[in-house]
Every structure is written in C-alpha cells, then in structure tokens.
Design a protein around this ligand. Sequence first.
Ligand code: BMA
Length: 848
Amino acid sequence: MNIQSLAGKWQFRQADTDTWMPATVPGGVHTDLLNLGRIPDPFVGDNELDVMWVAETDWDYSLTFSPSAEILQGENIFLVADGLDTIATVYINAHKLGEVNNQFRQWQWEIKDKLIAGENTLRIEFSGPSTYVTHLQQQRRMKGVSQAIEGGPHMRKAPCQFGWDWGPMLPPIGIWKDIRLEARGIARLQDIHIRQTHHDGAITLQAWLELERWQPGALQAFLKVTDPNGKVLQAQENLSSTTGRIGLDIESPNLWWPNGYGPQSLYQVEVKLNSGNELVDQKTYQVGLRTIDLVQEEDEFGKSFQFVVNGIPIFAKGSNWIPADSFLTRFTDARLEKLIADAAASHQNMLRVWGGGIYEEERFYDLCDKYGILIWQDFIFSCSIYPLDDSNFFENVRFEIEENIRRLRHRASLALWCGNNEMEWGWESWGWQKNPMEDQLPQLVQQIPQLGFLLEAIKERDLLPDWEILKNAYDQFFHHTLPEWVADLDPDTSYWPSSPSSYTPFMDANSQKVGDAHYWEVWHGRKPFTAYRKTYPRFMSEFGFQAFPTLETIEFYTQPQDRNLTSYIMEHHQRGNHGNGLIIAQMTDTFRMPKDFTAWIYLSLILQAEGIRYGVEHWRRNMHRVSGTLYWQLNDCWPVASWASIDYFGRWKALHYAARRFYAPVLLSIEDKPPQMEINISNDTNTDFEGSLHWSLESVDGQVLDSGSLQVFAGSLSNSIIHHFDFAGEISGENEHETILVCELWQGETKISTSLGTFVPNKHIPLQQPKFESRVEKVETSLQIHLTSDTLARFVEMKLKGADTTFSDNYFDIPAGREVVVTCPIPSGWTFKEAKDALRIYSLTDSY
Ligand code: BMA
C-alpha cells in the first residue's frame, strides 16, 4: 500500500468570505485563529464569551496537492480521514464525496476516477457546531447539562466541548486527526483482532484477520511477535478468502501487570500480508499478556465488583479522565505523557475515560499500556437524553461504536466497556420520567389536600413530551443492543451498562450492595467529609471536591484586581453551580478564616486534599467490601476551579500529592473517633508487610504524654487493624486542643509514612508559628531538602519561586523535632544556588 500524507499546511476561511488564511492540519479553527492573532486567548479572563461566535460560524478548509506517481498508479485510491470535527461536506475537485456527521468515525472515499495528475483541490466545508445543534434542538428538544450550549446530544461530538460544570463552551471545528491518500493494491488488512488464550502458564496469541480484496489469488499472512527481551516468534498462514486466523504459542510469557503489581511487559506484534514476494499491507500492535475479569460474586454485602488481573484481585486506585484540552489537537505528546506518568507516580492503576469526552487517541492508550493504567472505557454518552430512537442517529452510533471497539479491543490496559455516564441515574432520579405514582396524585390530593404542593411541583417539572419513547430507546440500547455488539466484537472484555448502575435497569443506580456508585452528597449535597465514612459502595467510580487551581495558574487568567474569590473573573472560571460558595462553606468547617487571597487558594487546595484523603482511607480500610476508588477528576481542559488533582498547566494541586500518599501500596491510616484512634494498614501488594509503628501522644510543641512502639504485620491484599487506642484517660477538655497523635510507620530503618490523629478540628488546634530549619544539598541534578520544625507544622507547602517544579512530597505535616526529606529537580538552566535561594515555605499558620 502506498500512502501520501495530506496533513500539514492547509488554508481556511470563514464560509462565504474570500480571505483564505493558513491552517494547520490536524488542527482546528480556534487554534488557527489564535495563531494568527485573530482571536484573543479564550482561556484568559472572560474572552471565552468573545470567541463563542467561532462555533456559530461555518468554515471551509482547502488544500491543493499533487498526488505522487506511486499513488496515481494505484488500482484503488482512497481518501482517508481519521477524524473530522464534525458536520462537514467533503469535495475533491468538482466532486462532492460525501457528508459527515461524527467526530469519532474514520471516513474514506474511493477517488481514483476523481483524482487527476497534477494539481487537485480538496475542500472540506464545516458547519458551525453551535448553530447546528441549536437548530436541531428547536425541532426536537433533548436534555443535557445546564452549563452547556443546548442541543449537544444531537451531535456525535465530545459532549463536554459544548460546555460542562468544569468546561468552557468552545466546541472546536476542523480536521482533528490524520488525513491521507492510500493507494491499495491487491488487498488490505481491513481489521485485525488480536486475542490471547491463557492455559497452564502458556498463552496462545491469535490474530483474526479480515481482509478487503480487490483481486483473487493466494495471499500469505505472517505473524511476528517480539517479546520484551527481543526474542522473536513467527508464524505463517495461507489465506484464500477474506478472513483468516494466524496464531502461535508463547511459553513462559512475561505478563503485563497494572501499576504496582508487577512489570508492564509489552510484546510487539506485527502482521504482514504478502502476495508472493510482494508486501501488500502490514500493521503493528503493542500487546500486553494478561487476563482481566470483572468478578461479581454474591457475598455478605450483596455482590462484589472486583477487577481481577492475572488472578489477583486489584483494588482500583485511580481517577476520572476528561479530554486534556478544549483544543485537543494542540496537546503535545510530552504533556500527555506527563499526565499519565503523574497518575502512575501517585500509584494510580486505573483511569476512567469518562463518557462526556472522547474515545481517546492511540497515543493515550499506548501510554496507559506503558504505565500500567487500567482503562474503564465509557462509550461517549453523558448526563443527557439522546435521540436513540432516531434511525439515522442510531445507525451513525452503530458505525462509531463498532469502529472504536475494533480499534481498542487489543489494548492491554482495556478493563471494561461501560455504556454511558450517569444516564441510568438520570432516568431514575433526575426527573426525566414521570413517576408511576403521579397518575394517582390528583385523587390522593382530594383526600389529603395538604399534599397539594406535590401537584404544584409536578406542574413545574420539565418533562419531554416524548420521554417514554426516549426511555424505551435507552433501555433497548444500553441493556440489549450495545451489550450484544460488545459481546460480538470483543467477547474478552466485560460490559457494564452505565456508571453508576446496579445492573437492574432504572433501579437504585447508586446501590451500595451491587455495582458501582457515584457519591456526590459531599460537594453537590453539601454534606461534611465525615459523610464518606457512612458509605460502603462496592466500587466508588466518582466522588470529588473542588479546589481552585494553583496560584500561578490563576495569575494566567486574572488581572490583579480580579484576585478575589467572588470577583466576576474568578466566578467565570468556576462552572459548578455555587461552586466557590461550596468551597468557602466547607472551608470554615475545617480551617480558620484565611487572611488573604493567597491563603484562600492554599486552603482550598489542602481542603480538597484532606477531604478526598478522608474518603479514600476509609474505603481502603474496607477493601474487603469496596474494590476501588476513582476520584473525580484527574485533569482539567482549561484553567478553572474544579475537582481536578492536576491543573490545566500540569501543576500538581495538593490533592495529587495527597494521592501519592493515600494511594501508597502500603497505607497507614488512622480511623479517628476521638478519644479513640484505630490504626490500620491497607496493604494491596502481593506480599505481606512487616515493620514497626512508632507512636507518640504529644503536644503541638513536642512534649510527650505517652509513646511506644509496636511490631506490625499486615497481610497481603488486605486491610489489617494494627491497634486500637483509647486515650480516654489521657485526653480531656483540658488538653484535647493542643494534643495530637503522631504515628510513624517504619520498614526496617526506613520511615515509610507519617500519619497524624487530631482530637479537634484543624481550626481549633493552637498551632504556633513554626521555626523551620532547612539543609539543602545537591544530589545529582536534584535539590535535597532536609526540613525540621520546632513545633508542629501542618500542610507545609514548598515552592521554587519562578519555576514549575514537582516535589517528591508536598503539603505534608512536620511534627515537632522530626525531619522530613524532600527532593525536586533543579530547573533546567538554573544553578544549584539559584534553586536553593528560590525555595519558599508556607504552612497552615501563614494562612491566618
Ligand atoms: C459527575 C461527572 C460529571 C461532572 C461531575 C461534577 O456527575 O460525571 O458529569 O462534571 O460529576 O459535577
């Protein structure tokens, strides 16, 4: 096969105008306009509003190109577009090739009879997505999220690009993936399904081939598998029809493991198709050898929801993934790798590719395979009602889903296909359907007039006229059609109808007995963090708490006069209803009133970290019952106040540092019920843990009331209660404010973690202003900082002024007299002295 890329320099213009401007492909209108200086940066201030017209406008892309001699000689010449975003008409020279309407599909057209030697013109005319959905929404209303441009569910395009409760209303437009000419000869490898069968320690790897053929005759398929050590295995097969299988056995395989459970061994798999000595087509894959099962077994709590990899039950530690940029095509490979590596660095082993975003690109799954991140893959439907009863819409979705399952099913990291995000819950509880009781209400009100308010409430309810048809279509699609497609195309991966779901349609979607759960009572429901401890979901696939992004990121989108939490710009970069108010309210439960803007931001960051820690520690202590926690959300698509642990610019919020501690393979945690303190170790490694615990009941300035040491044994893959302290004799109203319990976990000579138990809320602890002593050394290319404090220093924040640096730990406690050692890379181009002098330390007492 001969390929000629059509990516690179194109031209674009606003439809019906004559000014052609340079465009980059893959790319999009917004980023091209931005590069040309024709729009302001939509991420700064409220420029978003001034830029929304772009998506209300139609745009044309054009390329003049000359096909190569090799292409022109081809028997069958195709134009292949891997991704067009989204509604467009494609022309080559004077010929219309077709109309497209799905961001997630690949498009191709036979163009041999339309292509000429010399100059050809390819033109793609895009409709403004906002105008398009608005028009359809006027014809038939669909429900969506309130922060979005209405009508998004009509278009097969990333739902969040129309706006979300963390995302701007800036739907991109353009050629967002590769585009090329392909001259295909005798045949091509249309699709390959790589399957693995595990038996008695060996693995049979098979490639199921589907060919597209233009000429009859014998073909030979070659399978070459290179193991992680470079050893090569090969097989060969003759093919006479359009399908075939080729396989080989791998004895003593190197298994692929999720992060923290073993290596991420990857095999390179190459499939070649020959006609005699002529190479006709080839494809390569990266494959990890593993089994992944979603085990659901009856138990004393209901039914488990446990991912089991290579026979080992995995506690899923992770977060939810959203598209990494509002304008995805500019997101570099390096930034993407940093995000995935950062997830792995905080011991995460699972990301949920959330259904309001996209089926991610190959590079994303390559990285998840590499870093051992299991993928919970939602199909792209979220929080909305979709016109699944419409046959054109349905057919479009069918192509999209089939294509994406085929594209991703061989991935080592792929753990689950899930129907959608929160739509079953929506049907059950968000007022999308008429409650079966409603018909009897008028009669009831006649008998009990006091219930009249219920009738009023129903009158105000915003029910779609065709809700029953839409609900039936939902039911049919997610409970019958889609699972059949998944079983047919990818029988080796489990399917789950919706997140959350209890597997009983429209019943108790957030069940604590079966299935996965989203818990939003803390945050949306305004409950305190302590409410987490009252929940025992079988798998917590969403929960979260917002914080502002880091100060440096806020400085990017604000002017000095905006730096007040309730200023117009700070609220513009907050999309959750009453979000800043929710942060403030919860903050006053925990911390003293902050003294200035810097303190507000700092406290919001540690509040979020503390809240999520509190939840995760509880669920990990109950790992026999709860099999995973995926906090909402890992990343941001623009600079904004949100639930993310890493902000848009890749800066770690305090939560991400906390995640590195609360997701540690061996976790020390204290279940505090003052004056009682229960010491736990959650060990999700394959090996038993042996070590010691040093504890000290002491005042904030380090005067010891009581202390001791314990030998610790914590069995593998389980939680162990190490000790139950009852300090009723030692703690009273007299000393509860200034007394803390310090627990340090040691493995041999190494302190692996420190945990504090307090007897009153943080805000009531009489902390003193710490006097820090630091010794800073250069170790290779890093700063090594030895930090001590004369009195308890809480949530110690380190920064290198003027540099974006990730520390080995941050926002940690230093009990009086203890030493904490932290490292960070010396920023490139900096001397050791410059880095040392730039070190800034801030802690809780600086915030008030
Ligand atoms: C969940 C998610 C998102 C949302 C988040 C925060 O419902 O699925 O839709 O952004 O909560 O509200």
